[in-house]
Design a protein around this ligand. Sequence first.
Ligand code: HAM
Length: 419
Amino acid sequence: MRWWKSSIMKEKGEKNLSTEPYKGVRDFYPESQSIQNYITDVWKATVESFGYQEYNASILEPSDLYRAKTGEEIVNEQTYTFTDRGDREVTLRPEMTPTVARMIAKKRKELSFPLRWYSTPNLFRYERPQRGRLREHTQLNVDFFGIDTIDAEIELISIASTLLTNFGMSPEQFEIRINDRAGMSKAFSEMGLSDDQTYKMYKLLDRKKKIDNFDEEAEKIIGAPLDLSKVKSIAVTKLIRQLNEIGITNVKYDPSIIRGFDYYTGIIFEVFDTSSENNRSLFGGGRYDNLLDIFGVDPVPTVGFGMGDVTIRDVLDTYGLLPEVISTTDLSICVTKPEYRDFATLLAKDVRAQGVNVSVNYSNKKVGDQIRYADNKKIPYITCIGDDEVKGETFKIKELATGKETEVTRNTVTEAFVE
Ligand code: HAM
C-alpha cells in the first residue's frame, strides 16, 4: 500500500516524516543497546548477589495511584496522563515505587516478609530534556520490605556502593549523601515551623540546587533565613558510623538532600559522582514506612532506591569505564561461490546446535570484503567455504584479531574457540 500512502502525501504537499525519535527519548542502535545490556547485566548480577528477586508490571497505571504520595511536581507537571476509550484516567508510570507498593499491598497477607525485590522498568517523565534528564529512562529499583531497623538502610547503601564498584568506579569517584526526613521535621518543629511551613520548606529544599534565591524564598516561608547547620540527626550519625565500620567511607551528612516524593519517612539518600561534569544524582532513595496506607492495609517498613541508566552512562563515559562493544555473534561463514550457499546454511545449523552464534554472509562479495565486513561487525572468527571445504571433511576457523587458524570438523567446531 506504500504507493497509495505516498501519493496521498504528495497530494497534500506533506513533507517526509522525520526520522528523529519523539522529544527526550532515545533510539538504541545495536552498539548502544549492547551498552544498555551491559548496564542491566551489572545491575542484575549485583542485586542478585545480595539475594534480591526480580518482579515486573505494566507501564500503565490508573492515575490515582500517583495522586496520594508521589508529590505535586511529578503528578501535575511531569506525568504522561490520558483518558482511555473506557473513560479511565491512565498514566505512563513516572516511577516504580507506587506500583511495587500496590503489588505488595495486594498480597500483603500471603507474602512472607522480609522481601528483597528488584526491577528494571522504563519510566516516563515530561521533563525538559537535558544532560542526565530525559523523558524516558530505565531505572533499577531495589526495595527491602519488612525491616524497621537501620540494617535495611545499611544493606541498601552497601548495594548502591557495590553497584558503582562493579561498574569499575573507585570510592573517590562518588559520594553518598544522607539526610533524615524524621530528624528534619523534628528540627523544623523545634524551630516552631507549622506542618504547612515544613512541607513548603521540603519543596523549596528540593529545588535548592536549581535556584539562586534560596535564602529569599526560605525567608518568605518562615520569616527568617534557614540555618541548616542547626539541623542535626542522630540517626544519620549512627548510620554513617556503621557504614564506616564496614568500609564505606565516602558518605556524608547533607541536610539539603530532601527528595521530591512525599512518601519518605526517615533516612533519605542520593549518590553523586565527584567530577564536575555530571551534576545529576546517580541514585535516590530512602525509607518509606507508610506507603501501604493508601491501599488501606497494614504498613510494611521499607527502604529502597532507584538508579537511572542515563546518569550512569554519562558517568561511565566521563571516567572511560564504558565497555568495549563486542559482537554477540561468534563466527561468520564466508561463502566463496553462490552454489555453496545451501552448504553454508546447513553448516551454520550444525554449528549453532553446538552453542555457537553464527551468521552466513550471503552477499556474494569478494572474500576480502566478507572478511572486512566481519571485522567491522566485530565478529571475532571467520570460516570460508570454498571447493576444498565442500568436498572435504574439515574447515579452517580463523581468529581475526590474531590470524590464528584452527582446523576442525563439522562436529568439533567449538575446539576453535578454546583458548
Ligand atoms: P528518583 O530520585 O526520582 O527516585 O529517581 C532515581 C534515579 O533515577 C535518579 O537518581 C536518576 O538517576 C534517575 N532519574 C530520575 N528521573 C530521571 C529522568 N527524567 N531522566 C533520567 N534519569 C532519571 C525515584 O524514582 C524513587 N521512586 C526511587 C525509589 C525506589 N525510592 C524507593 N524505592
